[in-house]
Design a protein around this ligand. Structure first.
Ligand SMILES: [Zn+2]
Length: 189
């Protein structure tokens, strides 16, 4: 069975057919992304490393269309959602990070002038390296761009405490005031 992520798409042809790419892949389909995640997870003790994260689903929806009335600028809009195993930069424990990204991209051919895209400011430009594009390359780049530079647990409770962290003392002293303020607001309301 061939993987549709690896099929080469001609943007103009896909736009002409209003092609929809609706697919559930897995993290392991994206080699470069796996390499980035592995590099971080590799810093953990073997026993602390999560298992099975390469099989986590990646939900992909791509809609190809013409961006302009003249029907000569192909575009893709869509959404990608994935659960990635990352290392929290605050407590240095692994956790699952939910990454979602929505996008509108114009395809720019290597010899094309970007000034033709005037008036299409709602789109970002995807520079084609060849005539065709593979969903795997597109989705991988979008996922990598959507990843935070320093991923951290969202909830304070789930984040482990660093044993010695001078900076943390500063933020600790701030928090009671925030709590006090919200308590006062509650009392006053
Ligand atoms: Zn954490």
């Amino acid at each position: 069975m061939s993987n549709p992520l690896l099929e080469r798409v001609l943007p103009a042809e896909a736009a002409d057919r209003s092609q929809v790419f609706d697919y559930k892949g897995k993290v392991g389909d994206f080699d470069r992304l796996v390499g980035i995640l592995e590099a971080d997870l590799g810093t953990l003790e073997e026993t602390d490393r999560p298992r099975g994260w390469r099989a986590a689903p990646v939900e992909i929806r791509l809609d190809f269309a013409w961006a302009n009335a003249g029907r000569d600028i192909p575009s893709v809009t869509g959404r990608v959602e994935a659960r990635l195993a990352v290392v929290c930069q605050r407590c240095l424990a692994a956790f699952d990070l939910q990454v979602e990204t929505s996008f509108s991209l114009l395809f720019q051919a290597p010899d094309e002038d970007a000034t033709e895209f005037a008036g299409l400011a709602d789109f970002d430009v995807w520079e084609l390296e060849a005539e065709t594009v593979r969903p795997v390359d597109l989705v991988e780049e979008l996922l990598i761009m959507a990843m935070p530079l320093a991923p951290m647990h969202k909830a304070q409770e789930s984040c482990g405490i660093l044993p010695i962290a001078e900076e943390d003392n500063g933020s600790e002293t701030v928090r009671p005031f925030a709590d006090l303020r919200s308590q006062m607001e509650k009392m006053n309301s």
